[in-house]
Design a protein around this ligand. Structure first.
Ligand code: ZN
Length: 147
């Protein structure tokens, strides 16, 4: 389920909120695919019921995921939208705070569930960036021309 509204005067910008119980990364991705946002930026604040965040092990070249199964504040969620396999793809990082103000952060992964989440997605003009596999890092990075 996805609930959001666009600001009429600001074409290409979507402000809204995700309902309680929704997966934040999935909801952001669904919005970008539905609205055909192929290049853009995302941000959000709010709170989660639980979180799943990734840390990329540069030696092993694989993600390690941490699950935090308790309510946390979203102090910051920032990310971008580009294309992977021709489809809008959201890459975001999140910082979460507990009741003592301690923070946890990392790569936003599926399994981060909204309690209340206010977001903004801004579509940017221009040709989109396509992700492709990068041998050096083992990540799908933006395929950019060398200058
Ligand atoms: Zn990341």
């Amino acid at each position: 389920m996805l609930r959001y509204q666009a600001i009429e005067s600001l074409k290409g910008r979507y402000l809204g909120r995700f309902p309680r119980g929704g997966d934040i990364l999935e909801a952001l991705t669904n919005l970008c695919r539905r609205e055909d946002v192929r290049l853009g930026r995302v941000e959000a604040i709010g709170a989660v019921e639980r979180a799943r965040i990734g840390y990329y092990d540069q030696q092993a070249q694989e993600y390690q995921f941490m699950e935090i199964d308790r309510p946390l504040e979203i102090t910051s969620l920032v990310g971008n939208v580009s294309l992977r396999d021709g489809e809008p793809f959201v890459h975001a990082h999140i910082t979460l705070a507990d009741r003592d103000g301690r923070v946890y952060g990392g790569h936003l992964a599926p399994g981060t569930i909204a309690f209340a989440c206010e977001f903004m997605v801004e579509a940017l003009d221009g040709r989109s960036l396509e992700r492709s596999f990068d041998d050096e890092t083992g990540l799908f990075l933006w395929d950019l021309p060398t200058r």
